[in-house]
Design a protein around this ligand. Structure first.
Ligand SMILES: [Zn+2]
Length: 530
C-alpha cells in the first residue's frame, strides 16, 4: 500500500478535551460541534509550523472561498468531513510519499546522486564540515538514525518550505532561507486554517499565473524539476499561484529500499518501513526574489519585496510594526492574510473579538540554525474612524521603546567596562530582557489607548507618560542588575555612578528626542480632571 498524505492518519492534533490523536487532513472538522480539534501537536515546534502551512496550503489550493460571503459562511459553519474528503481526494495523487514516482516533495527524475543519512533532512543536523570541526554542540549527532514515512514526509516538507542556503547550488526556499511566518489563530484548528486562506479571486489574480492549471504547475514534483544549472529563475509567471505553498528548491529522493522495522527515532511510533537515507543533488529550482507569499511579512526595498526572516532575539512586541501594522519608517508590511483579516474580516466577525497572531521561524546563520523562535501578539479590532490615530500612537510607543532600550544597553555597558567601545560580544540579551519585561504593560497600554480613542477622551498624553514611566522603571532595574553583575571587568563604583547619572539624564520626560517621538506638549502635565 502506498503511503498517501491525504488518506493516512498522520497529523498529530489535540482536541478541546485535551486528547491527542492522529488524523487525516480531511478530518480537521471532525466532531467540531462537541469536541473540536483545537491545535496541532507535533513533538517539535518547527513541525507544527510546517503542518499548519501544509493544511492552509491544501485548503487554499482545493476549496478556497469564492468571495467574502462564502468565507464568512464557512467560518461560522465549517464544511463537513465528507466534503473535505471529496475536495482533497481530487489532488491526492500528488501526495504519495512512497511507491512509484512522482512522490510528494521528491524529485521527478532521481539518478545516481549523493546519498545522505536521513537525519540530514532535519535543518538542525550539522553538515559534514561542522561534524569534522566538532562544533556541533547545538545538536546531538547520531541521535536520529531511522524515521517513519510520516516523519520523513514532514521533515521533507519542513526543509523545502524553510530551506536555508545549503552549500554550493543547494537552493533556498521560495521565500529565501528561513522565512518568518505569521498565522492568525482561531479557536479551532479549522478556524486557524480558514482565517489564513484568501478568497479565490484575490489569490488567483495576484500571486502567479492562474492559467497554468496542470499538476506540475501547482505541485512541482509532479513534473520534471525546473533546474537551475545556469541559475535560471522560476518566477510566479512560470507557475500557478498555489505553487507558493508547495515550493521545492531541493532535489531529494527518499531511499525507501533501505526501509526496516522498529520504532521511529523522531515520533517513537512503530513502523515496518523506517527510512535511513535519501539521495540529493544541487541546482534544484531557483526561485529568486519575485515571490509574495501570503503568510509572510515583507519589506519594500526600492522596487523589490524582501521576505522577513527569522531573527535573533525572539519575537516580542518590538516586531508589532511590520507583523501587525505597517512600519512606515522601514517599509515593512504584514503578511497579506493579516491585512485581509484586520481590514476586511475582523470587522464583520460577530463579536469582533481579539485573536492571536502566531509568528515563528528559524534563526539561521547562513546554513547553520541557531534557534527556533515563536511568539504571539493580539490582533485587536479597531474601528476605521480611529485606526490612523491609534496606529500612529502605537508606533510612537514602540519607537520610544527602541530609543530607551538602546540607551539602557549603552549605559549598562558603560557601567560594566572601562572601555565599553572596545568590548566585543553580543549584548542584545539586555535588549531582549527589556522588551520581554515591558511586554505585558505594552498590551495593557494598547487597550487603554483604544478605549481613549474610541471614547474621544483626552487621556492620550497621560497614557504615553505612564508608558514612559514603565520603560524608565524597567531600564533602571536592568541597569542595576547588570552594573552589579559579575560580568563587570573591574568593579569601579565611580564608573557605575557616572553611567547611572548618564542614564538618568537621558531617561527624562522632557528629553527633546523623547518628546519629539511621542508628540508630547512642551510642558507635560497631568490634566487634573482626567
Ligand atoms: Zn515518526
Amino acid at each position: 500500500m502506498v503511503y498517501n498524505l491525504i488518506n493516512e492518519k498522520w497529523i498529530p492534533v489535540r482536541r478541546a478535551n485535551g486528547k491527542k490523536e492522529f488524523i487525516a487532513p480531511w478530518q480537521v472538522t471532525d466532531d467540531i460541534g462537541s469536541n473540536p480539534i483545537v491545535s496541532l501537536d507535533a513533538n517539535r515546534p518547527d513541525f507544527n509550523g510546517a503542518l499548519i502551512q501544509f493544511l492552509i496550503g491544501l485548503v487554499q489550493t482545493t476549496i478556497a472561498p469564492k468571495k467574502d460571503r462564502n468565507w464568512m459562511t464557512r467560518f461560522t459553519e465549517p464544511p463537513k468531513v465528507d466534503e473535505l474528503k471529496t475536495a482533497f481526494e481530487i489532488v491526492s495523487r500528488a501526495f504519495n510519499v512512497d511507491g512509484d514516482r512522482p512522490r510528494f516533495m521528491q524529485d521527478f527524475k532521481p539518478d545516481k546522486w549523493e546519498s545522505n543519512e536521513i537525519d540530514k533532512l532535519l535543518v538542525e543536523i550539522p553538515g559534514d564540515k561542522t561534524i569534522k570541526d566538532n562544533t556541533d554542540h547545538f545538536v546531538k549527532r547520531n541521535s536520529i538514525k531511522r524515521m517513519c514515512l510520516a516523519c520523513s514526509a514532514l521533515a521533507l516538507f519542513t526543509l523545502q518550505t524553510n530551506a536555508p542556503s545549503g552549500g554550493q547550488g543547494h537552493r533556498v526556499s521560495l521565500r529565501g532561507g528561513g522565512p518568518l511566518t505569521t498565522i492568525i489563530l482561531g479557536d479551532t484548528l479549522w478556524q486557524t486554517i480558514w482565517l489564513n486562506v484568501l478568497n479565490e479571486s484575490d489569490f488567483l489574480d495576484k500571486y502567479g499565473n492562474s492559467s497554468l492549471i496542470d499538476d506540475a504547475s501547482i505541485f512541482p514534483w509532479m513534473g520534471p524539476t525546473h533546474t537551475s544549472e545556469k541559475d535560471q529563475l522560476t518566477t510566479p509567471e512560470h507557475v500557478h499561484p498555489a505553487h507558493m505553498f508547495w515550493g521545492m528548491p531541493r532535489r531529494i529522493f527518499l531511499d525507501i529500499k533501505s526501509g526496516e522495522s522498529g520504532n521511529c527515532d523522531l515520533c517513537n511510533q512503530n513502523s515496518s518501513n523506517l527510512i535511513t537515507s535519501y539521495i540529493t543533488k544541487n541546482k534544484g529550482t531557483y526561485y529568486g526574489s519575485s515571490w509574495h507569499h501570503t503568510l509572510t511579512p515583507y519589506r519594500h526595498e526600492k522596487s523589490d519585496l524582501i521576505s522577513i526572516k527569522g531573527q535573533p532575539g525572539g519575537i516580542t512586541f518590538r516586531h508589532w510594526l511590520g507583523f501587525v501594522q505597517n512600519d512606515r519608517k522601514n517599509g515593512n508590511e504584514p503578511a497579506v492574510v493579516v491585512h485581509t483579516f484586520r481590514l476586511q474580516r475582523q470587522p464583520s466577525l460577530e463579536n469582533k473579538k481579539t485573536l492571536q497572531l502566531w509568528a515563528f521561524g528559524y534563526d539561521f546563520d547562513n546554513m547553520k540554525v541557531r534557534c527556533w523562535y515563536e511568539g504571539k501578539m493580539p490582533l485587536i479590532n479597531v474601528e476605521d474612524n480611529i485606526r490612523e490615530n491609534y496606529e500612529s500612537a502605537i508606533e510612537q510607543l514602540i519607537r520610544v521603546s527602541e530609543l530607551i532600550s538602546d540607551n539602557v544597553r549603552k549605559y549598562a555597558k558603560e557601567a560594566m567596562f572601562t572601555r565599553p567601545g572596545d568590548v566585543k560580544g553580543d549584548f542584545s540579551f539586555i535588549d531582549n530582557r527589556f522588551w520581554n519585561n515591558a511586554e505585558p504593560e505594552f498590551y495593557t497600554t494598547l487597550e487603554k489607548l483604544r478605549v481613549a480613542f474610541s471614547d474621544g477622551t483626552d487621556t492620550i498624553v497621560e497614557i504615553k507618560l505612564k508608558w514612559l514611566n514603565t520603560l524608565f522603571r524597567i531600564g533602571e532595574q536592568l541597569f542595576d542588575e547588570y552594573s552589579q553583575s559579575n560580568q563587570i571587568d573591574v568593579a569601579d563604583p565611580k564608573r557605575i555612578a557616572l553611567a547611572h547619572r548618564n542614564l538618568r539624564k537621558f531617561n527624562q520626560k522632557n528629553n527633546k528626542q523623547i518628546m519629539k517621538i511621542l508628540y508630547l506638549p512642551d510642558k507635560p502635565t497631568i490634566s487634573k480632571n482626567k
